[in-house]
Design a protein around this ligand. Sequence first.
Ligand code: VG1
Ligand code: CO
Length: 544
Amino acid sequence: MSEIVTVSTRPFEGQAPGTSGLRKKVKVFQQPNYAENFIQSVFDVVSPDPGAVLVIGGDGRFHNRTVIQEAIRMAAANGYGKVLVGRGGILSTPAASHVIRKYKASGGLVLSASHNPGGPEEDFGIKYNIANGGPAPESVTGAIHARTQVIDRWLTVPGEDIDLETPGEYRVGGMTVSVIDPVADYADLMETLFDFDAIRSAVKGGFTMRFDAMSAVTGPYAHEILENRLGFARDTVVNGTPLEDFGGHHPDPNLIHAEQLYLAMMAPDAPDLGAASDGDGDRNLIIGRGRFITPSDSLAMLAANIECAPGYKGRLAGIARSMPTSAAADRVAEALGVPCFETPTGWKFFGNLLDAGKVTICGEESAGTGSDHVREKDGLWAVLLWLNILAVRKISVDELAREHWARFGRNYYARHDYEGVDKAGADALMDGLKAQLASLPGQSFGPLTVSVADSFSYTDPVDGSVSANQGIRVLFEGGSRVVFRLSGTGTHGATLRVYLENYTGPDGNLGAETGDMLAPQIAAAEAIAGIERHTGRTKPDVIT
Ligand code: VG1
Ligand code: CO
């Protein structure tokens, strides 16, 4: 047994994992003992069997390497037998999920703050994934938080940093560290799911695309899969080198932060498909020539056409969406005769449904789509499924969208984010909403009449666990609604999210502007919640 060093420490405030792990400013994580306390709390809670395997990877942002080297030494001191770490410390979130599953690891640490900006003044994060490859459920994150509040020591072993750049095996304390190719396993998995031949033929036939990796983790994956394996031109992947500060941008694949892609896709000479992914590779943006697809619609359209992909043929068991995601997928599930589940925000709530085989495909309005191939949302997977469908059906994105709406109707949808607002004001707004719930039904706001108003509570159909307080829903007669919730991923102040939806049937106006279609819902949201009164804001910071 090699030497184990015990370092005394004291708890920090506020180490509660949010929607997707612990996220804070880099400066917060750089305090002595801060990252160590959290990692040790994870190890204390999961108490690995001697010799267990741990996966470690990250999105390449600033501070990744420092924390990875420390986490490796701590894993050795805590009895792990082996750590698998991506070369350069790189593993996209879905690739980490796959590696955990493929190599039967007991879990993994993913170092990322996802779509939040990176660099010395920006954000960092750590999340723990369990043996199924998915984010730790609330029972585990709750125990981790409790542990951080009483922790008084962390364990490490003496030792030098390992060479993260060179694949191979290293010894740290009594443990083996294997530096692995971060891309190969994931790329191989994609080949088992999709019709690569059909996509290659489409590419040979002139199909073009542009993939914006946003200087984040998906660059190496996209170069390998899209250019090397599928034959797209060498300039298909842009911003394809992961940078520690993402080039100073938000690696958030939406119309604001991927504006260059959006503009390129609206130009007359646009390629057939435009796509982007976020910091850690789990989100996706899909834009056809002249046609943006909302993430909620993307989930519905992918589900409706999933039979085109060999890996999913004849086995769609069900669909799940997070509560704020539009009901477009519900209509597809109904038409296909499969169940549809509505879960709280955050991928961890899909894990049990996927493990139990109750659902095959899941999605969130926040640009997350995925399936039972891993236990995380998966940006490139969604792009490949779109490519597969377009190649097999020989149809454009715009045609596919129009056809879908003509069959199922259209859920006009937008999310308004009010970022960095005063926490007390945001809490007062939510309290005010809760106080009104009983009196809202029957009240009218312009043309809209409230049918149901509630605070969303979820009972997991597999293990019966209850997650209450997951956002306020106000449903109007006719199928439109507004939803209010506070973000669990922000790193300063509070972020209020207002989700707006208006359903139009197949015979209604399918070609209108989203802003026009949502005007009554926007007015109702203000009238009901008093957004300006509570936050001082007259308009959202970001509309997606
Ligand atoms: C946001 C999204 C949520 C997503 C989460 C993590 O959470 O709304 O749908 O699962 O980010 O995504 P919140 O609590 O800020 O609304 V990622 O790509 O940051 O792991
Ligand atoms: Co992400």
